[in-house]
Design a protein around this ligand. Structure first.
Ligand code: NDP
Length: 499
């Protein structure tokens, strides 16, 4: 029997039964138990959700900014009050340890909602006035776009839903959101929480289903904008279909990011950073620094300290506070990551420094008989042309690459069609800025990795994305500008008004 009740669609301010009569199952990745049956939206259901969002738009878009913010800030409070309860659901759905979901997933979502609500209440949607002549000027207004579609990935379910809905709703838009079919449980929770906070019916709606439901939603003629988080290949399809009727798009896609240890780096800190950048969330983080570049003369020190510290990556009962490494999210993803490790060993002939194709040793009394458990894996002496080095694996697989000079490492780091994140570890402040400046990536860190606060605009370069989320620029992705020229002197004399 399923742990949770049937997951329904959500529109018109309440849960709705799907008309397809079809469901899929959400599975606990740590145990393979069925968590819930989830309703699949038919096209007619998606139409209803979009209709609900359209009906809500005129009133919500005209609601004063402070009044909108008041409702969203109430939702922030509810999220914080229910942090651990929601984090437990996210742990069951994603397999990520509770030590992580309770500290990161809900909190970082709530922070972004608070940030955008406060921004619009504080005049963040105000336009500008430009004086042209003594009696003429231009003023601009930031207007919402309309009904927006949010399509989420499975690695940070509620956080992604909040990173999309927060600026969307704060700017006066309404949203139809589709979670990944692998992690659907947060959808109804968030919609219900928004309703309890006072959000009017139809402002935030949820539909469930696989890629075909996402494709129907994103191509829908009543959708003004698509905000998508997922793989590059899917993003290209979604952007292509959105281009059909000139929808606005934001694309938050994959990466294969370079983690560069510069010659003077503090070794201990660099190794800790490399662990964080590869094994947090079982490696299922878009910005992971999976190409770890190390100076050749640091090889033996780096490898011996890294292997020594692998003991701190602790797989175990996902509810145990000491566990910091869970299973992969699904059977499909387990196969994908395992195939990459196999390819690394057999085809790329990479040198396996740690891990490989086996289940991890449980730190606690767990047995791992069931579940999509994989050992954190490190390949060393890798070459740039290996498939495991070139393609996003999206799992706990680190590739170590050695280099001789800083110019060489910059060139190799940039030699990829992706450009999501990059970072350097060094004590030399000038060198840090010089190298960061040369790296083709939208999100960069110096002596840090992965922190993505609400204030920081994040988005990929090259094929890793279009546009940004969060920070002051984040709100711009959810508004359009209306410019008005006012001339108090009447129409300026032209050839039409003079002989
Ligand atoms: P996918 O691209 O497989 O799926 C993303 C979402 O798109 C899911 O909800 C999926 O539905 C849906 N979808 C699938 N096909 C279509 C379609 N044709 N039209 C519309 N929607 C569709 O990505 P994953 O879920 O596997 O997520 C992992 C990827 O996300 C990684 O590449 C990772 O790097 C990236 N990511 C990027 C982030 C960033 O900020 N740059 C942040 C987090 C992840 P369903 O799952 O039901 O098939």
């Amino acid at each position: 029997m399923a742990t949770f009740s049937l997951q329904r669609l959500y529109y018109d301010g309440k849960p709705q039964t799907c008309t397809s009569g079809k469901t899929f199952q959400s599975i606990n990745p740590a145990t393979e138990e069925v968590l819930a049956d989830v309703s699949i939206a038919s096209n007619a259901d998606v139409d209803e959700a979009v209709k609900s969002a359209r009906a809500a738009f005129p009133s919500w878009s005209k609601t004063p900014h402070v009044a909108r913010a008041r409702i969203l800030l109430k939702a922030v409070q509810l999220l914080r009050d229910r942090n651990d309860e929601i984090a437990k659901v996210e742990t069951a759905d994603t397999g990520k340890p509770f030590s992580e979901t309770s500290a990161v997933d809900v909190t970082t979502g709530a922070d972004v909602l608070e940030y955008f609500a406060s921004m619009v209440a504080g005049g963040g949607l105000n336009g500008e006035t430009v004086q042209l002549r003594e009696d003429a000027w231009v003023y601009t207004k930031k207007a919402p776009l309309g009904v927006c579609a949010g399509i989420g990935a499975w690695n940070y379910p509620i956080q992604i839903a909040l990173w999309k809905s927060a600026p969307c709703l704060a700017a006066g838009n309404t949203m139809v959101y589709k979670p990944s079919e692998f992690t659907p449980l947060h959808g109804e929770i968030l919609a219900d929480l928004y309703t309890k906070a006072g959000l009017p019916s139809g402002v935030f709606n949820v539909v469930h289903g696989a890629g075909d439901v996402g494709a129907y939603l994103t191509a829908h003629p009543s959708i003004a904008k698509v905000s998508f988080t997922g793989q590059v290949a899917t993003g290209k399809k979604v952007a292509g279909s959105a281009a059909g009727n000139m929808k606005y798009v934001t694309m938050e896609l994959g990466g294969k990011s370079p983690f560069i240890i510069l010659p003077d780096a503090d070794l201990e800190s660099a190794v800790d950073g490399a662990l964080l950048a590869n094994f947090f969330s079982t490696g299922q983080v878009c910005t992971n620094g999976t190409r770890v570049f190390v100076p050749s003369n640091m090889k033996s020190d780096f490898e011996s300290l890294l292997v020594k510290k692998m003991q701190y990556v602790r797989a175990g009962d996902v509810m145990d506070p000491a566990t910091n490494f869970g299973p992969l999210v699904s059977a499909v993803h387990f196969k994908k990551v395992s195939d990459y490790i196999k390819h690394g060993i057999e085809q790329d002939k990479a040198k396996l420094l740690y891990g490989g194709l086996k289940k991890p040793e449980p730190a606690s009394s767990s047995t791992f008989e069931k579940g999509y458990w994989i050992t954190p894996t490190v390949f060393t002496d890798c070459r740039d042309d290996m498939r495991i080095v070139q393609e996003e694996i999206f799992g706990p697989v680190m590739s170590i690459l050695y280099y001789e000079s800083v110019d060489e490492v910059v060139r190799r780091a940039n030699d990829t069609p992706l450009g999501l994140a990059a970072g350097v570890f060094t004590q030399n402040i000038n060198l840090a800025h010089r190298v960061i400046d040369q790296l083709d990536a939208g999100i960069t860190w110096i002596n840090s990795w992965g922190e993505s606060p609400a204030e920081m605009s994040v988005g990929g370069w090259k094929q890793s994305g279009v546009g940004v989320e969060n920070g002051r620029r984040g709100i711009e992705a959810w508004v359009r500008t209306k410019s008005t020229l006012v001339d108090m002197s009447g129409v300026v004399a032209t050839s039409f008004t003079k002989l």
